[in-house]
Design a protein around this ligand. Sequence first.
Ligand SMILES: NC(=O)C1=CN([C@@H]2O[C@H](COP(=O)(O)OP(=O)(O)OC[C@H]3O[C@@H](n4cnc5c(N)ncnc54)[C@H](OP(=O)(O)O)[C@@H]3O)[C@@H](O)[C@H]2O)[C@@H](O)CC1
Ligand SMILES: [K+]
Length: 491
Amino acid sequence: MRYAHEVGKVRAAERALMARLPEGALMQRAAAGLASVCARVLPAVYGARVVLLVGGGDNGGDALYAGARLARRGARVHVVQAGSKIHEAGFAALRAAGGRPAAGDPADAIAGADLIVDGLTGIGGTGALREPHARLAALASEAPGLVIACDVPSGVDAGTGEVAGEAVHADITVTFGTHKPGLLIDPGASHCGVVELVDIGLGDDLPDPDVVAARPADVRPPEPGPESDKYRRGVVGVLAGGDAYTGAAVLSTGGAVHGGAGMVRFASVAHPVELVRQHWPEVVTTVIEPGAHDAKVLERVGRVQAWVAGPGLGTGDAAESLLEAVLSTDLPVLVDADGLTVLARRRDLLLRPAPTVLTPHAGELSRLIGAPREDIEARRLEHVRRAAAELSATVLLKGSTTLIAEQDRPVRVNPTGTPRLATAGTGDVLSGLIGALLAGGLPALDAAAAGAYLHGLAARLASAPHPDAAEAPISAQDVVTALPEAFRSLP
Ligand SMILES: NC(=O)C1=CN([C@@H]2O[C@H](COP(=O)(O)OP(=O)(O)OC[C@H]3O[C@@H](n4cnc5c(N)ncnc54)[C@H](OP(=O)(O)O)[C@@H]3O)[C@@H](O)[C@H]2O)[C@@H](O)CC1
Ligand SMILES: [K+]
């Protein structure tokens, strides 16, 4: 896992470690790590034109000391100072090594640099960048040289990934001690380029992480054992589709079929049942009558180990009665799409002892928790956490960075997302896939995180089947088809 810690915890760990080290030692570790990444990416350090953008805090100090190291190796290092304050000891070290303030218009120095080190703000940055920082950030982002952000791209909120104004677009972000949540969550994540973690020795002083992102080896779908039969591997029940929406039924069922379920049961009114039978002959189907139902309706569908309810189900009385039936079982239930719209008026149905997984996009979450959609999109981490606590559920918030929250657990960030997934029907595939993983016995948070991971991977493989292939647009059906390849590509 890649671990990220909130800014307050980073500062506390730094304080604890600093108390045991000689003064300035920690900043030297950070600067040494930053300088070595700079040296690695420059074709040659000797003679390289390096520009340091330096704010008034310790982030600027890191950049100055790293610049001094590069200057001692022959780089031509110039400083663009933003604001009146500067880290005096770092500045003195840089001058002693031969670095100089940039003369003339900073725009010229930035445009002519081979490498720009962004030391404007780090974890101490708050709100939109002020001037002249904002202009310098914009100049750096447009410059032809490589941009390396020190700790955090300036303008990105380290704790949340919010970007309130101008922000540096880095090619590489060298971060110290631990990742910060804002490096993993959009829009901040999309400003980072490649993130490199420099170990400054915080390890023992850091508490449990607040946010984690899976690496491939962390994703472990349920493995069928030698004596698995279709019942032990997990039967997933899908309640989806209606006379109006049939595609959602086919796609959600497809996600379940390719998600490793031992068996998929599907129940709906006659028309979607007919289509699912045509697409997925391996699925066991049940036709249910239109209109409202009592809890007994599920007995006709048969035994399952987890339910998926909602895609294309409609939002009227019939859908509400099915949701009520399914949520009154003691089985894990995933609710998506129309099911979420129903839940927005029936939050009482969420008061249940068994696990519930909700998979809203920002608009659906807005209805569920009564927060404006734009607020949710701007502050995804805060809202997904709040939703998990308020709704007593595992909440997977879809979007440019999919986040998965469960109360008192680190928030999972899905690293495999791709803009290619922003196409109709892909969410239905995800619901069936997570349902299959739940039925296979994964705990809710792991099932949701593994589902999001495999779903993103499948979309990438569908779009570009091998590393040299150009990306092509994809359909939700392509994602279903690529799921086996996504499973195979796990280590
Ligand atoms: N602690 C340690 O041991 C270690 C810390 N390390 C490093 O220190 C960094 C944290 O340093 P920090 O705490 O000094 O804060 P920092 O990120 O430089 O920002 C403060 C400056 O930014 C300014 N500023 C703020 N908002 C702004 C805005 N919107 N627009 C414009 N300006 C704005 C603010 O100005 P002010 O508001 O005070 O006028 C102040 O000048 C950390 O990220 C890591 O790089 C490493 O060396 C490892 C050891
Ligand atoms: K920075």
